[in-house]
Design a protein around this ligand. Sequence first.
Ligand code: URA
Length: 232
Amino acid sequence: MDKISAKWLQEAKDYLEFQVRQGLTEVIIPPFVEPSGPLGPLDVVRNDLGECARCPLHRTRKKIVFGEGAPAARLMFVGEGPGADEDLQGKPFVGRAGQLLTRMIEAMGLTREDVYITNIVKCRPPGNRDPEALEIETCFPFLERQIKAISPEVIVALGRISAGTLLGAKAPLSRLRGRFHDRGGIPIMPTYHPSFLLRQERERRWKGEAWADLKLVMGLLGLSGANSGDTP
Ligand code: URA
């Protein structure tokens, strides 16, 4: 057997064994959809993800939230996982936290279309609970492939789960933020999750710190921003 077939077979075996452990008794193969044009590297990743049923989150999700934005973005934002609004629309960060993220991006002098936005897990954890280790582990290879396809100059990790997963770090976010960390040659800037900032709205300190983090990112990308330096 050649190396590629052996790899494919091993992946199929791991996938089926995982499904059996989840109690699956039937294998559903999603229909093959003929692509309408040439596939870019990100489309290939989306196609491979398919109608994913690799972890239990598929049972409760409405839509997969793969990610959206520029396929060759210089800047990538990685959140934790879709919430209720994202689950309904199949798009990342479209609820209240998303509106704040959009304002932060615009304060940097960019639009959502200039950047790429995705999450650690692509399906909504029920009741907005934290994604479990097995769910993260199952979904993470797709994020790694998205990062490889986009090859951003910098990644902003939004919140504890995103920063902890991308950096393999257990330290609290307050100790990770405020500086770049290297991940395979790509600088990662951990910062507070917009949902956290919304919950702390009365406390200006956190928003100020998040904005300071984004200003470091702007410095790295040579961006001058859209406002006089106020927090968004
Ligand atoms: N929170 C996240 O982490 N991601 C989203 O897409 C929305 C809310």
